[in-house]
Design a protein around this ligand. Structure first.
Ligand code: ATR
Length: 277
């Protein structure tokens, strides 16, 4: 029987996951279909019960349900529990188990482009919201030695550091403080919505003093080059957009469901085509 997978979110119409996952199922020759369902917050519990009762094999969860889905699951993996958000669920013999592949997806995409070992990079995360939390906890768990956080509201960065369950020496900075120290960092990770379409002319931080050996990564993929990436590139710095992270979080979900790591360059190409179209 054909296996069914899904993504639930609100809104969901523009999700790129069905195109990306269905292509992976076809190219791995698996008899499966991945569907998108529009689920409003008040219907989340019923939707999850329904997916379970129907024997859906696995599903992704996107905004705004990544946190609120947790009480409806039977089990949540340690990292996802620490992050407090789940984006991937597997239905294992009728038990729903939740994972978070955003942070690890981000790291896999990053390691593909980064020169040298990630663990040794002095890292600055811009932002202290949900995306920053997944990336920060995963980086620290993976053993990256120095990861500092800068945020418009410094208190949120302080809180994020104190809530991290893994050993760290992280420091919190305001955006102005971080801007003054920017030359100290090897890796800068932009996780806020600043610079996202349609407000493409803004950047969270001036990168004039960045060192030329640094690497700047933005999790935004629309536009493909945000202002901070354009500014950094002009300083001769290597840059990366959010396409890789999106593809890899999906690829790792696919691997959790099927045991197979799909072709991520194919997944990235589908995302790029969708964005271009
Ligand atoms: P997400 O889950 O996508 O990370 P979020 O939890 O709403 O979203 O977090 C948004 C992040 O972008 C926060 O770090 C936020 O800064 P504050 O904590 O100070 O709100 C940051 N952000 C959003 N708009 C911003 C702006 N105009 N200037 C500076 N930071 C901004």
């Amino acid at each position: 029987m054909k296996k069914v997978y899904a993504v639930i979110g609100d809104p969901i119409a523009h999700s790129m996951s069905p195109a990306m996952q269905n292509d992976a199922f076809r190219s791995e020759k698996l008899d499966a279909e991945y569907l998108a369902f529009h689920v409003k917050p008040e219907g989340l519990g019923d939707a999850v019960k329904g997916l379970k009762a129907l024997g859906v094999c696995g599903f992704n969860i996107t905004l705004p349900h990544k946190e609120s889905v947790i009480p409806f699951l039977d089990e949540v993996d340690e990292l996802a529990r620490a992050i407090g958000a789940v984006n991937t669920v597997i239905n294992k013999d009728g038990r729903l188990i939740g994972y978070n592949t955003d942070g690890i997806g981000y790291i896999k995409a990053l390691e593909e482009e980064l020169t040298g070992e990630l663990k040794t990079k002095r890292t600055l995360i811009i932002g202290a919201g949900g995306a920053a939390r997944a990336i920060y906890f995963t980086l620290v768990k993976e053993g990256v030695k120095q990861v500092d956080i800068t945020n418009r509201t410094k208190e949120r960065a302080v809180n994020l550091i104190s809530e991290c369950p893994y050993d760290n020496h992280s420091k919190a900075f305001t955006l102005d403080e971080a801007e003054q120290r920017i030359a100290e960092y090897d890796l800068i990770i932009q996780t806020t919505s600043i610079g996202m379409s349609p407000n493409i002319d803004v950047s969270p931080m001036d990168v004039t003093n960045i060192k030329s050996s640094a690497f700047v990564s933005d999790i935004i993929y629309n536009p493909l080059k945000t202002k901070i990436l354009i500014d950094a590139e002009q300083k001769g710095v290597k840059i990366q957009n959010g396409v890789g992270m999106f593809a890899y979080q999906g690829a790792i979900a696919f691997q959790i469901w099927t045991g197979i790591m799909p072709d991520t360059s194919r997944m990235k190409q589908i995302v790029l085509t969708k964005l271009g179209g």
